[in-house]
Design a protein. Structure first.
Length: 181
């Protein structure tokens, strides 16, 4: 059965939205960790916000090698408000039950399934017991108010186990967790 992985940039106060606004550095170790997350991944899940932002940039980007990879990879977009995602190749709009779709997708042949950004989608996957691993790339910075955190205050207690961790030359901590079910 295929696995579903999510990786998010985070501040030490839990902000995961708009890391380009608060992340102080991006080092070689972070790049290597991201490449490891993409290795073997042949399917990407996205929510509306990430899809809309990325679809403006990546289809015409020359920022290699990621541009070729993301443009050539199958993308499933979860949205109740979009009518079409046809303007970005290899994209399919998904409406309906997240659980039913992901359960069926996991049964298909293929590599790992990754989540690109999409904080609300990550939350839903965790809540539905559909996420196998969560990697947080935590920068040594407090991002402050006004940005979305991974877990809002009303999130129920959800245990995870630490699978691996490393610190980078810029003080970033890369930690991978598995939800305990």
């Amino acid at each position: 059965m295929r696995k579903v992985y999510a990786g998010l940039f985070s501040s030490i106060d839990g902000v995961v939205e708009a890391p380009d606004k608060w992340q102080p550095a991006f080092d070689a170790e972070m790049g290597a960790a991201l490449n490891r997350m993409l290795d073997g991944q042949d399917t990407v899940l996205m929510g509306r916000v990430t899809f809309t932002d990325w679809a403006r940039y990546w289809p015409t980007s020359t920022d290699e090698p990621f541009a070729s990879w993301i443009n050539g990879t199958r993308k499933y977009v979860f949205s109740s408000t979009l009518d079409s995602v046809d303007h970005w190749g290899n994209s399919t709009l998904v409406k309906g039950s997240l659980t039913d779709f992901i359960t069926g997708l996991r049964r298909q042949e293929g590599g790992t399934i990754g989540v690109a950004g999409s904080v609300s989608l990550v939350r839903s996957l965790i809540a539905e017991g559909l996420l196998d691993e969560l990697t947080l790339v935590t920068s040594p910075v407090v991002a402050g108010r006004g940005l979305k955190r991974l877990f809002p205050e009303d999130t129920p207690t959800t245990p995870f186990e630490l699978l691996s961790s490393e610190s980078t030359s810029t003080g970033t901590v890369i930690a991978t967790y598995r939800p305990i079910r």
